[in-house]
Design a protein around this ligand. Structure first.
Ligand code: NAP
Length: 498
C-alpha cells in the first residue's frame, strides 16, 4: 500500500495526510483525497461510460468474475489488514470476503441471464383506428457514473467492492468509491484488486476510481459533481441526510440511495412466548451481540405483553446477555456514539436497566433496558437506533396494543414476528402495519444475516433508506443504476447492444 488514491488507473497522492486508527497494530499514513482528485475521477468516469456503458453483458460479467478472483488472490493480506483496522475477527473477515466474491459472481450471472433488462416490445399496429400504433420497445439502460460510499461495519461486502459497486458495474456504470476512514488500507488493497481486473480485461481506466477520505469536502464534492448520476451510501442518518440534501439541491438533482438507521423491532406474540420464550431469548441475545451489535439489522427492540411468560423471557435474555463477552467496536467514534446513545436511553425516567456490560474505549459489552409501553410512546428517542449491542424490551399491557405501537415506529429495514398457531389472529392484525413500515418481514427468526439473493430486500421507508423502492442487497439492487429508455420506431439495428 502506498497511501494514495486510485484516479483513473493512476495511484495519485492527495494533499496532506491522515492516519488510520487501527484496533490493533500501528497507525498508517494515507494521503488525503481532495475535491480536485474527485473531479478528475469523475471526468474519467464520464469518458469511460461511452465505452463501458455500451459494452456487452458478457464482457462486464467477465470483469466482475475477474474482480472476484483478484480479491480472492489477495485474501490473506485483506484479512490481515482488515482485522487490524476494524477489530473484527479473522473468521468474520474471511466470511465477508466469501460473501463479497459471491456477490460479484451473482451479479455476473444475473446480467448474463439478461432478465434484468426487462425488455418489452409493443409491435406497430399500422391499421389501428382511429390512429395507428407505432412500434415501441423498452429496455433498461445504465445511468452513467455512480458514487459509492462504503460502510464502516462491512469493510468488504458493503464497501469498495461491495454490493453497491458490484451492482453499478454490472449495470454498466463506472464507479467512484469514496474510501471509508475506518478502513483505508482494506479499501486501498481492494481498489488495487479491482484495478488489476480492469487492466486484465482491457477496460477504460475511468471505469473505477477510489478516493481516500479527506473529510466531508471530498464526499460533498463527489455527490455534487455534475457527471455523477446516482449515489449508493451506507452509514449514519446524519451523514446520509447531509449527502441526500446535497443531491437534492443540485441543479440536476440525482437519486441518493442511502441505507441509514433501523432498530428492527421484534413483536413477540403471547403463545410464542409461552411455548418457547427461553429459546427466543437466547436467539435474541445472540443476534443482538453479533459483531458487537454493529449490524444495520440489529434487533434493538422487543415488544412483549405483560405476564409471567414475559418475565421468564426477560430473565432468560438477561442470563444469555450476561454470558456474552465484550467486543471491539469498529472505530473510536462509533464507540463514543454508542456510549452517548446508551446514556440517552438510560437517563430517561421510567427506563429500568436490566443488564449493563462494559463500555470502555472501543470495548463494549451488552446493555438491556426495560420500559412500559407508555414510557416508550412518550419518549420517541427510545425508538432511535443505538448502533451497538443495546436492546430495549417494551412491556405492553396486552398484545392488542402492538398494532398501534408498530404504527408509531419510523421506517425499518426489518420487522420480526414471533408467532405460534394460537397467535394467528394477532399476527394477521399486525402484518399489514409491519408491511407499511419495513422492507423485510421475518417470521420466527432473527433479522441479522441478510441473504444475498434475487428476492432479498434490504431497504425500507425512511430512515431505513432514502428510497423505499430500492434494495442495497440482492440482484434487485441493480435497478438503482438503470433507467428505462423507450425506442419508438427504431429498428433493431439502431438499438444499443444489450
Ligand atoms: P457516517 O459518519 O455516516 O460516514 C459514512 C461515510 O459518509 C464516510 O465515508 C464519511 O466520511 C461520509 N460522510 C459522513 N458525513 C458526511 C457529510 N456531512 N458530508 C460528506 N461526507 C460525509 O457513518 P460511519 O462513520 O460509518 O458510522 C457512524 C455511525 O453511523 C454509527 O455510529 C452508526 O450509528 C451509523 N451506521 C449505521 C449503519 C447502518 O447500517 N444503519 C452502518 C454503519 C454505520 P467523512 O465523514 O470522513 O467525510
Amino acid at each position: 500500500m502506498d497511501g494514495k488514491s486510485l484516479i483513473a488507473g493512476e495511484w495519485t497522492a492527495g494533499e496532506g495526510t491522515f492516519q488510520s486508527a487501527p484496533a490493533t497494530g500501528e497507525p498508517v499514513n494515507y494521503t488525503k483525497g481532495t475535491p480536485e482528485l474527485v473531479a478528475r475521477a469523475c471526468v474519467a468516469a464520464e469518458d469511460a461510460f461511452w465505452s463501458y456503458g455500451y459494452s456487452t453483458r458478457e464482457s462486464r460479467a467477465a470483469f466482475l468474475d475477474k474482480v472476484a478472483d483478484e480479491i480472492d488472490a489477495r485474501g490473506e493480506t485483506i484479512t490481515e489488514i482488515g482485522c487490524a483496522e476494524t477489530g473484527l475477527p479473522s473468521a468474520r473477515l474471511e466470511g465477508e470476503r466469501g460473501r463479497t466474491i459471491g456477490q460479484l459472481k451473482l451479479f455476473a450471472n444475473h446480467i448474463r441471464k439478461g432478465d434484468y433488462l426487462d425488455y418489452r416490445h409493443d409491435s406497430a399496429l399500422a391499421d389501428r383506428q382511429p390512429l395507428p400504433r407505432p412500434d415501441i420497445k423498452m429496455v433498461q439502460r445504465p445511468i452513467g457514473p455512480v458514487a459509492v460510499f462504503g460502510a464502516s461495519n462491512f469493510p468488504l461486502a458493503f464497501s469498495t467492492a461491495g454490493g453497491d459497486t458490484a451492482a453499478a458495474l454490472a449495470a454498466g456504470c463506472p464507479v467512484i468509491a469514496k474510501g471509508h476512514p475506518a478502513h483505508p488500507g482494506t479499501g486501498e488493497i481492494v481498489a488495487e484488486a479491482i484495478d488489476a481486473a480492469r487492466r486484465g480485461e482491457g477496460l477504460h481506466p475511468g471505469v473505477f476510481s477510489f478516493v481516500h477520505d479527506g473529510g466531508n469536502a471530498v464526499g460533498a464534492a463527489l455527490v455534487q459533481d455534475p457527471f455523477i448520476k446516482a449515489v449508493g451510501f451506507t452509514g449514519s442518518l446524519r451523514g446520509g441526510r447531509a449527502l441526500f440534501d446535497l443531491c437534492a439541491a443540485r441543479d440536476e438533482p440525482i437519486p441518493f440511495f442511502g441505507e441509514l438507521g433501523s432498530v428492527n423491532p421484534m413483536f413477540l406474540l403471547p403463545e410464542a412466548v409461552k411455548a418457547r420464550g427461553a429459546e427466543i431469548a437466547r436467539g435474541w441475545a445472540a443476534s443482538l451481540t453479533m459483531g458487537a451489535g454493529q449490524f444495520c439489522t440489529n434487533p434493538g427492540l422487543a415488544f412483549v405483553s405483560d405476564g409471567s411468560d414475559a418475565e421468564a423471557f426477560i430473565a432468560e435474555t438477561v442470563n444469555a446477555l450476561g454470558e456474552s463477552v465484550a467486543q471491539t467496536m469498529l472505530t473510536d467514534g462509533i464507540a463514543q456514539a454508542f456510549r452517548n446513545g446508551r446514556d440517552k436511553v438510560s437517563s430517561i425516567p421510567g427506563v429500568e436497566t436490566l443488564c449493563a456490560g462494559v463500555a470502555d474505549h472501543r470495548s463494549v459489552g451488552a446493555f438491556l433496558y426495560r420500559v412500559s409501553a407508555d414510557t416508550f410512546e412518550a419518549n420517541p428517542v427510545l425508538a432511535h437506533e443505538v448502533f451497538g449491542p443495546l436492546g430495549i424490551v417494551v412491556v405492553a399491557d396486552t398484545a392488542k396494543t402492538f398494532r398501534s405501537l408498530a404504527g408509531s415506529l419510523e421506517g425499518q429495514l426489518t420487522a420480526t414476528l414471533h408467532s405460534d398457531g394460537g397467535d394467528a389472529r394477532l399476527a394477521a392484525d399486525l402484518l399489514p402495519v409491519l408491511e407499511r413500515k419495513a422492507g423485510r418481514i421475518i417470521l420466527n427468526g432473527f433479522p441479522t444475516g441478510v441473504e444475498v439473493a434475487d428476492s432479498m430486500v434490504h431497504g425500507g421507508p425512511f430512515p431505513a433508506s432514502t428510497n423505499f423502492g430500492a434494495t442495497s442487497v440482492g440482484t434487485l439492487a441493480i435497478r438503482r443504476f438503470l433507467r428505462p429508455v423507450c425506442y419508438q420506431n427504431l429498428p433493431d439495428e439502431m438499438l444499443p447492444t444489450i
